[in-house]
Design a protein around this ligand. Structure first.
Ligand code: ADP
Length: 260
């Protein structure tokens, strides 16, 4: 509990000396305790989710190793398929761990934002990205739009949104990458013509490990960490992210900066 001593620039420690100050101090402690409790609960949930996600591929790897050990000598034909499983599952674990590291790094990151020519950055990114997918990528990028940001993180955000648009929409339907600005905002949007996201899950998809309708997502590779990472990176770049419905179907993810 500090107050400014008029004779010094340094804040000094003071003891509350009125019922009002004691009450305020109590309230301040309460607020701190609640915040700390929430953070601890959040971290505990995160660790439990991460362990759960890692347990699944480890169980598959161990199961296949045991199969090879038990039956490999008598039935060598089981070996290639089991090795294939082990290969795929260990790759899944590697991606998961990389994503977890991304999240913890983004948690701690303090960065300097510099002027970025977002129009140029997106045009370049779009040109490089297109050959990696079989789906048409339409670019609708207004020229000379700048924001304060971190180039590497901005690219990571856009690639993650494009990857999702690609994963969750039919491959004969185009994806659109749009950049525009009005008097108050710069808006970067990735739009697809996929199944879309139900209204009651539009917030939840940004939580760690959340996937819309497990059965729907099951056939599509993913851990539910991508958008949690995107949200953190967007916030580090002092922007906001929202998702809305596209017409006639699909989703639009919009990253927007308030103009200064
Ligand atoms: P992942 O793709 O690894 O599951 P994300 O965090 O990137 O994880 O996305 C969370 C969930 O949000 C996905 O599982 C999917 O259900 C839904 N989702 C994300 N992007 C789209 C999209 N463009 N269209 C439809 N659903 C999406």
């Amino acid at each position: 509990y500090t107050s400014n001593n008029p004779d010094s620039d340094q804040p000094t420690l003071t003891v509350p000396d009125s019922p009002r100050e004691v009450h305020d101090l109590g309230q301040a402690f309460n607020v701190l305790l609640v915040a700390q409790n929430e953070r601890l609960q959040h971290e505990r949930q995160f660790i439990s989710d991460a362990s759960h996600e890692l347990r699944t591929p480890i169980a598959a790897i161990r199961g296949n190793l045991s199969l090879i050990r038990r039956r490999g000598a008598a039935h060598p034909e089981v070996i290639p398929e089991s090795l294939q499983f082990i290969d795929e599952e260990s790759l899944r674990m590697q991606h998961l761990i990389e994503n977890l590291l991304h999240l913890s790094r983004a948690d701690r990151a303090k960065l300097v934002l510099t002027d970025q020519d977002l129009s140029f950055l997106l045009l370049q990114l779009g040109e490089h990205y297109q050959p990696s997918i079989d789906q048409p990528l339409k670019l609708a990028i207004d020229p000379d739009i700048h924001v304060a940001g971190n180039a590497e993180m901005l690219q990571q955000i856009v690639v993650a949104l494009l990857d999702n648009a690609h994963k969750y929409s039919p491959h004969d339907q185009p994806i659109t990458l749009r950049l525009s600005q009005d008097a108050t905002h710069v808006n970067l949007a990735v739009a697809d013509l996929g199944e879309g996201i139900p209204d009651d899950q539009k917030e939840a998809i940004f939580q760690r490990f959340y996937r819309v309708d497990q059965s729907r997502s099951q056939e599509i590779e993913g851990s539910g960490l991508g958008l949690a990472i995107v949200k953190q990176l967007v916030s580090l770049n002092q922007a906001q992210i929202t998702v809305t419905n596209n017409q006639p179907q699909g989703s639009i993810f919009t990253v927007s900066w308030l103009k200064r």
